[in-house]
Design a protein around this ligand. Structure first.
Ligand code: ACM
Ligand code: ZN
Length: 752
């Protein structure tokens, strides 16, 4: 302890405080003046270090041309076990030598990873900032998930993914091994699961909501033998990562049902689908199917020592169960209320099976519906609600809400992002995530085991693309999962840009550059918009080329360097119908970014959103509707304003507008994403915003641009009342739920 106080005193005495290079940021980091110089050979005395950890350190140092030499005296690097601290903790003193102490082997591994991240180049030499570090994690569950069903990744690729997790102190690898589109784990008792369920004869091309759909008709698939699974589990173990297998049930089971149709309610033979989505065919709840799943789990337990076994449980439609005589019999016999309780019954069978064998069940938050067995843990994905409810009931929880943890979402709003499922999850938003919801009491908080990001691979076909989606967002997430007191986002970003991008390059990671793309900031200006390209760093420079089109004539307005300048776009005073296009490039990325504005007579107009948009899809509020940017791609990034209500109302302030006689309005038709065209739109006019008269209506719409004509009107206010369908129709994904309504650019038609 004396040592710490001494060092802290030096710290306060020195003015130049060197930045910490490590992510996740250690609990205590106290730099002192000077650097430890890493020479070509580093002597090490580490009798307590596991051979695997020693070999790892040796290999990582070799990549920097540093040779490790074992010694037992006057060493550069001493790593010793010691009794104090927590199980996962480590301490380091870096002065003229490096001294590391740890309590358990994983602490030593974390220390080694911290040291590796601290090596920088300074004056042509490798060096480490002198400092004291004390570190331990906030949560025990620091997870990343990988879906290998939608697209298959071989053993070496999976090991590579585990390597990257280890660099940043993740410790749970959630291996999503089964789903509709492929069964990927060898089960010896039921070999058709892989011989038939492991392969599909087609795969949808592009987004699954594209119309018409196109398919690749090549045979696609693969699976892991049990020997390969053991190899991966053992490999992960050397990096202190637990592999948590997921065997989906009762839904997302089409691959298994293609192999063994007798496990379904209908017994009908269907092939392994090449389309993404939620399918009605699920395992029947009859004894035969339940026993089959127990057979599967019995073999899974032999392969995975993990305390928790994930049984899925999400998105299981109840259509087949409602019509199935055998399922109805199970309901009656067990005095169940409905098919939700039947799902609960199904899951309880698995829970009991796992409990008898000393393991625990974890499942997606749907397993709460119909009652949850006391020992089961919940992985909260449909927001935080399920996790909160589970913690209140005393169940362990892993937080993985879509809004913060779905790394299959877009990470920037630029069209150059590769095709993704949809959504918008930039780095900064991930960083802001706190896995402990505010409404939990201190007692309930204890049930939050931690958090996890999910990588669903419908649109991710290669490991390069997995890395692109995972990095750098995984670095933002680990800050929330490891740090008890994480630094501000700006400090994280600076650390990332200064040190971690190089560290990722050193490890050949195909991380996304999206953070370097400027964020478009749009604000209202008098009679138009202020537009500004906000860079990641205040000094970031862009080359901006500007093109203006007025009716038919294009004007190249030339190029210039900008550093976060503001530009003004005015409503055209004449006929309207002019456009502005900016092309932007930078030394920090290879791509050219395009920003296209349609300068309508309603640019920047004030709109009161009487019905608020859903917070998940509220990008820039009502300005989104009059920002000159028409949502181009079906459902991506920030272009659309999304509502999840049965009635949507907004009032446009027509101040200064000429007479209008029609409205252009964009709606999104994307049923696969539960986004529907509205049933009806009614328009009203008023001069006092109290007395309204109807001026027009429409009840037929198409995807994107729609036009509603009405008699010429000049009024102070126009109100739009949009009536979505009451609920998503039966037989479609999300049936019974309120559909989403996505609206974009609105523009009134003027006579001139
Ligand atoms: C999930 O994303 N269906 C768990
Ligand atoms: Zn059935």
């Amino acid at each position: 302890m004396k040592n710490i106080i001494f060092i802290l005193c030096i710290l306060f005495a020195s003015s130049a405080i060197a930045q910490c290079t490590i992510i996740p940021t250690p609990l205590v980091y106290s730099p002192v003046q000077g650097h430890f110089i890493v020479s070509d050979t580093l002597t090490i005395n580490a009798p307590d270090l596991l051979p695997a950890t020693y070999n790892y350190l040796e290999k990582e140092l070799a990549a920097r041309s540093v040779v490790l030499i074992k010694t037992s005296k006057s060493e550069d690097l001493r790593i010793l076990r010691d009794d104090h601290g927590s199980e996962n903790s480590y301490e380091m003193n870096i002065l003229n030598t490096i001294a590391i102490s740890f309590k358990s082997d994983n602490g030593a591994f974390y220390a080694v990873n911290s040291i590796l991240q601290m090596i920088i180049e300074k004056d042509g030499q490798l060096a480490i900032q002198k400092c004291f570090i004390m570190d331990e994690p906030r949560f025990d569950w620091r997870g990343l998930h990988l879906d290998v069903s939608r697209h298959f990744f071989n053993v070496d690729e999976v090991k590579g993914f585990i390597d990257l997790m280890a660099l940043y102190k993740f410790n749970k690898f959630h291996w999503h091994l089964t789903d509709d589109q492929g069964w990927r784990i060898e089960i010896k008792k039921h070999p058709k699961l892989t011989s038939i369920g492991g392969f599909r004869d087609s795969t949808v091309i592009g987004h699954f909501s594209d119309s018409p759909r196109k398919y690749e008709t090549e045979n696609y698939g693969g699976f892991y033998t049990q020997e390969e699974i053991k190899e991966v589990v053992a490999y992960a173990n050397t990096k202190f990562i637990t592999v948590v297998p997921e065997i989906e049930m009762p839904g997302h089971s089409r691959a298994a049902l293609a192999a063994y149709p007798e496990l379904s309610c209908t017994g009908e033979l269907n092939t392994v689908p090449g389309l993404w989505g939620v399918f009605d065919d699920v395992y029947c709840s009859k004894v035969k199917s339940i026993n089959f799943m127990k057979d599967v789990l019995a073999e899974v337990l032999e392969l995975f020592p993990s305390e928790y076994i994930h049984i899925g449980g999400d998105e299981a439609p109840k259509e087949r169960w409602k019509e199935c005589k055998q399922c109805q019999k199970v309901i009656k016999k067990n005095k169940l209320k409905d098919t939700h309780e039947l799902q609960s019954y199904f899951i309880r069978q698995m829970d009991a099976f796992l409990m008898e064998r000393g393991r625990k069940l974890i499942g997606w938050d749907e397993i709460l519906e119909g009652g949850l067995s006391p020992n089961a843990a919940v992985m909260s994905w449909r927001g935080e609600k399920g996790g909160i409810e589970a913690a209140k009931q005393g169940h362990n929880v892993v937080m993985s809400p879509t809004a913060y943890c779905y790394f299959d979402y877009y990470q920037s709003a630029h069209d150059i992002e590769p095709l993704a499922i949809g959504g918008y999850l930039p780095l900064e938003k991930v960083y802001k995530y706190n896995p402990v919801p505010e409404e939990l009491t201190e007692e309930q908080e204890k049930y939050i085991l931690g958090g996890q990001a999910n990588l669903w691979t419908e649109y991710i076909t290669t490991m390069d693309h997995v890395e692109y989606m995972a990095f750098p967002r995984a670095l933002a997430l680990i800050q929330s999962l490891w740090c008890k007191n994480k630094p501000e986002y700006d400090i994280f970003l600076d650390t990332y840009l200064k040190y971690q991008e190089d560290y990722l390059k050193l490890h050949n990671v195909n991380f996304a550059n999206s953070i370097h793309y400027p964020q478009l900031k749009i604000g209202r200006a008098s009679e138009g918009l202020n537009v500004n390209f906000k860079g990641t760093q205040s000094t970031e420079e862009y080359l901006l080329s500007t093109f203006f089109r007025d009716h038919e004539s294009y004007v190249d307005m030339g190029s210039r360097i900008i550093v976060q300048d503001t530009m003004t776009l005015k409503r055209p005073s004449g006929k309207g119908d002019s456009e502005m296009t900016y092309l932007l490039t930078s030394d920090n990325f290879n791509e050219t970014l395009m920003y296209h504005f349609n300068l309508s007579g309603d640019l920047g107009r004030e709109i009161e959103l009487v019905t608020p948009p859903h917070p998940k899809f509220d990008h820039n509020g009502s300005l989104n509707l009059v920002d000159g940017i028409s949502a181009g791609v079906k459902f991506k990034g920030t272009d659309w304003l999304g509502f999840n209500e049965n009635h949507i109302e907004m009032i446009v302030d027509m101040d200064g507008s000429k007479e209008v006689n029609g409205l252009k309005i964009g709606f999104n038709d994307n049923k696969g994403m539960w986004i529907y065209l509205p049933e009806k739109v009614t328009l009203y006019a008023s001069d006092d915003s109290e007395n309204w008269r109807e001026i027009g209506r429409a009840n037929e719409f198409k995807d994107r641009q729609n036009q509603i004509s009405f008699p010429s009107t000049k009024s102070k206010f126009i109100k739009l009342v949009i009536k979505p369908l009451d609920e998503i129709p039966a037989g479609s994904g999300g049936a019974g739920s309120v559909p989403w309504t996505f609206i974009d650019e609105i523009e009134f038609l003027r006579k001139n």
